[in-house]
Design a protein. Sequence first.
Length: 160
Amino acid sequence: MSRQTKKATAPRLNRFQKAIQATPEVAGNCKPGLQALGNYSSKVKVGDSKQLGGSIDIDQSTKSLYPESSRWDYAFDYAESTYFVEVHAADTSEVTTVLNKLAWLKSWLKAKAPEIAKLRAERHPYIWIASGSVKILPSSKESKRLAQSGLKLTTPLHLK
């Protein structure tokens, strides 16, 4: 009698996970659901958690490569769209800091992570989640700068 062995099947990767694996600077750092956001995961509310395709801590994954840069925090996949999230104090004085982080992210996506960039959400892919209360007036020049940059400021983030 011959013994049959079952082949272990590797888990099937979704588009987001494949894009992370195709990006050498962050390969192997994808976490299930919103786990990469750690305690900040509670700041993201989704309609169907089964549609979460994974998350990555961009900041920690690239820290040794870009120690002096203003790195972006996180990316996660929901309903086959990738959202890029920065959790930061939402004070008027922090707008320039967050916009610098956004500029770094866009440059990094273009130069080092084009497969991830292809998956960005069509509507509001770049999101600033206030770590506390929002202290930026809607009529302020800083609020206008955010609108022009395409960065959405919210707390918490709600996705249906």
